[in-house]
Design a protein around this ligand. Structure first.
Ligand code: PRP
Ligand code: URA
Ligand code: MG
Length: 209
């Protein structure tokens, strides 16, 4: 398996434990996903290039760093990935937002596309794809396929909980991306749900079940 980053920070692990709890309600669940995305973003964006610019403080002029180069695009995989957008937007308010709509077939577990709209042009941007769950990896691979078909090159993928199978499938298909996961769980069950996982992230974020 190619390299990937697991977020070991205790704040992230603590919040993931609260996400897992079946008694955590929709409002708290949504707030936790947002906070985890922000904490993960802080780490995942630590290699953003900077350039020095001249700023005049009330005291004097100085050269001081600002984010340089590529503009950021955040691309959530609908629906559940939407829950991670606001946390990242808080860090980089100028980021453009694309959307990829995918749902998993309940029988085959294969992804089906129903929407794709990306910032244009996409080729020079740093693209951060968000989806809290990386299970079989089918949705993640399809999303990165779409982004590359549209010209995207510099791609980071952020997932809160991942199964080993999903990590392996995604990095085998796209070894050039940078993958950040909050926690690697044990396995998938017969319905391709992550165990112990947190259930259906989309339903828990939007209160649909
Ligand atoms: O790795 P995979 O096996 O493809 O599974 C992961 C996908 O499943 C979930 O989406 P779901 O199909 O439930 O759609 P939703 O976000 O609209 O609930 C999740 O948010 C991922 O997109
Ligand atoms: O455990 C899982 C697997 C796929 N999608 C989810 O929301 N949860
Ligand atoms: Mg779902």
């Amino acid at each position: 398996m190619t390299d990937y980053t697991v977020m070991t920070h205790p704040l992230i692990q603590h919040k993931i434990s609260k996400l897992r709890d079946k008694n955590t309600g929709t409002a708290e669940f949504r707030a936790l996903v947002e906070e985890i995305a922000m904490l993960m973003g802080y780490e995942a964006l630590k290699d953003l290039p900077t350039e020095d610019v001249c700023i005049e403080t009330p005291i004097e002029e100085c050269m001081t760093p600002v984010i340089a180069g590529r503009n950021l695009a955040i691309v959530p995989i609908l629906r559940a990935g939407l829950g991670m957008v606001s946390g990242l937007q808080a860090l980089v308010p100028t980021a453009k937002i694309g959307h990829i709509g995918l749902y998993r077939d309940e029988e085959t577990h294969e992804p089906h596309e129903y929407y794709c709209k990306l910032p244009d042009p996409i080729d020079e941007r740093l693209i951060v794809v968000t989806d809290p769950m990386l299970a079989t990896g089918g949705s993640a691979v399809a999303a990165v396929d779409f982004i590359k078909q549209h010209g995207g090159k510099h791609i980071k993928f952020m997932s809160i909980i991942a199964a080993p199978q999903g990590i392996e499938r995604l990095l085998k298909a796209h070894p050039d991306i940078q993958l950040y996961v909050g926690h690697v769980d044990r396995e998938l069950n017969e319905n391709a749900y992550i165990c112990p996982g947190l259930g259906d992230a989309g339903d828990r974020i939007f209160g649909t079940k």
